[in-house]
Write a protein of this length. Structure first.
Length: 244
């Protein structure tokens, strides 16, 4: 059973109430004890997708931990008068685990992203996390999923980071987490950011909770995705009114 944190439920998705540091420490302990762990880092877009797709919502509920990745989740908890302690992003959690994994020589398998990103990732990891043991690198453009799962099994990793984007990454993890007693976590576009193919919002934008606006200004094609945020906030307010 996973070490428990209290949870706050927003639109039927239970988010852990924890600090980034406390959460990462629990994950490190579970990795050291070879406990199979499924982590979802969920933002408003994922919550709204789950609302519209019951099968995906059921997948989310098989996770050991769902973290509040996005200021929208924090705001949603405030609207419901059930505040969360901290925003826990997939990217920052992955970096913390890679730093720790490099210090403790953990074996890590990376799945997802474009071929050129995976090719560059190998050199970035060697440079920034020299103590890390790379158990495997697989881009997201595979057709034989069973073969990839077998490779992960044979590699016997301590951690598996899956960057296929939602909902595909959660389905992949749910289908194959039994292949290794490891930490399995969906990390979306984190590999792209790590290798510099996509620029993360500068600290100013992060500190003022405006990463979504920075992304929209840099990538206008994202506007349809980012418009999910007001829809999500309206849904949370409706849920709050229904509980009064």
């Amino acid at each position: 059973m996973p070490q428990s944190f209290p949870t706050i439920t927003i639109l039927n998705v239970p988010f852990i109430k924890a600090t980034q540091n406390d959460f990462v420490q629990v994950l490190e302990e579970r990795v050291n004890h070879h406990q199979n762990t499924f982590v979802v880092t969920a933002n408003p877009e994922i919550v709204m997708y789950a609302q519209a797709h019951p099968d995906y919502q059921r997948r989310l509920h098989t996770a050991d931990y769902i973290t509040p990745d996005g200021i929208g989740i924090i705001k949603g908890a405030e609207i419901l008068n059930t505040p969360l302690k901290d925003r826990i992003t997939g990217y920052d959690t992955m970096l913390d685990l890679l730093t720790w994994g490099s210090q403790t020589h953990k074996r890590v398998y990376f799945v997802g992203a474009k071929p050129f990103v995976i090719a560059k990732l190998k050199s970035v990891l060697a440079d920034q996390y020299p103590g890390l043991e790379i158990a495997g690198l697989q881009d997201g453009y595979f057709t034989d999923e069973a073969s990839v799962a077998t490779q992960i099994h044979d590699a016997n990793p301590d951690m598996v980071f899956v960057a296929l984007g939602f909902p595909k990454q959660e389905q992949f993890i749910m289908d194959h987490r039994h292949e290794a007693a490891a930490l399995w976590m969906g990390v979306g576009g984190s590999f792209d950011v790590l290798v510099g193919a996509v620029k993360r919002a500068p600290k100013f934008w992060q500190n003022h909770h405006l990463e979504w606006l920075y992304r929209m200004l840099k990538e206008p094609k994202r506007i349809k995705r980012d418009l999910v945020l007001p829809q999500y906030l309206m849904a949370v307010k409706k849920e709050h009114r229904s509980k009064k």
